[in-house]
Design a protein around this ligand. Structure first.
Ligand SMILES: Nc1ncnc2c1ncn2[C@@H]1O[C@H](COP(=O)(O)OP(=O)(O)OP(=O)(O)O)[C@@H](O)[C@H]1O
Ligand SMILES: [Mg+2]
Length: 237
């Protein structure tokens, strides 16, 4: 039986589509069979050219039902459903059909208030810091914002996905034939976290090199910085 992950949340622009594709890409890089499921009627389906995963068009309820049924029936496949902003009813349905619910949010009090409400709504969901600042000062401010705005949810916040301009390459209709290593590593990081939460054993991670590790980087309360890699970890207070 396959697994279904949904990336949802009430706020627009938090990075749902980007995270969905990075996660599917990261799973694909690990040799796993992943599908990025599009549900947002306002977006176009992307070509599968040069992708390590399969984009699937599920913009109609019928197509979504087909996608879910196929994923459920197929051992080893993982579907990543990309929600759309401001669709609470659809989010509820997507969460109900998913094994893992991810709620991206950015470094803003508005996003943090919204994701806090979503976390209360979806008790099984995890908040995923998205487009997170890489600048030391900004990262410290972001950490303080989490402390003040999301203290009661702190044990449900994952390690962040950092701001990475290369992430937009995955949202091109045809992805480039080769992608920058920082993007691949960031995609693997998201995939490892998702696999850990799904209880799926992590794949062979020989791509981890000692040089690439930035253990306990003081610039972030969450872990390593972009372009580096670390073991997946869930942020606990
Ligand atoms: N990690 C990142 N680094 C840099 N830019 C990012 C990152 N993630 C997303 N972005 C940018 O932020 C914008 C919004 O991202 P995205 O479309 O993924 O959000 P969304 O939540 O899917 O939006 P919507 O609610 O409209 O569906 C895009 O321009 C995207 O390129
Ligand atoms: Mg989107």
């Amino acid at each position: 039986m396959g697994k279904i992950i949904c990336v949802i949340g009430n706020k627009g622009g938090t990075g749902k589509t980007t995270i969905s594709h990075m996660l599917a890409h990261g799973l694909g890089l690990f040799g796993m069979r992943a599908v990025a499921v599009l549900t947002d009627e306002l977006r176009d389906k992307l070509s599968k050219v040069n992708r390590t995963y399969l984009p699937f068009d599920a913009r109609s309820p019928d197509q979504l039902a087909v996608a879910a049924a196929r994923l459920r029936a197929t051992e080893g496949w993982i579907g990543v459903i990309d929600g759309g902003g401001n669709r609470p009813d659809i989010d509820r349905k997507l969460a109900a059909m998913s094994d893992l619910v991810l709620l991206p949010f950015r470094d803003s009090h508005e996003d943090m208030r919204t994701v806090s409400r979503d976390l209360a709504h979806f008790p099984q969901a995890w908040a995923l810091p998205s487009q997170w600042p890489t600048n030391l000062w900004a990262a410290n401010v972001a950490t303080r914002s989490i402390d003040s705005q999301m203290a009661i949810h702190k044990d449900r916040i994952l390690a962040p996905s950092y701001a990475l301009s290369a992430s937009k390459l995955l949202l091109m209709n045809e992805a480039p034939a080769s992608l920058p290593r920082p993007l691949n590593n960031a995609a693997r990081e998201i995939a490892l976290q998702a696999l850990e939460l799904l209880g799926i054993p992590a794949p062979e991670t020989t791509w981890l090199t000692p040089q690439a590790r930035v253990a306990g980087d003081p610039r972030s309360a969450f872990g390593a910085m972009p372009g580096s890699v670390s073991a997946p970890s869930i942020l606990h207070a």
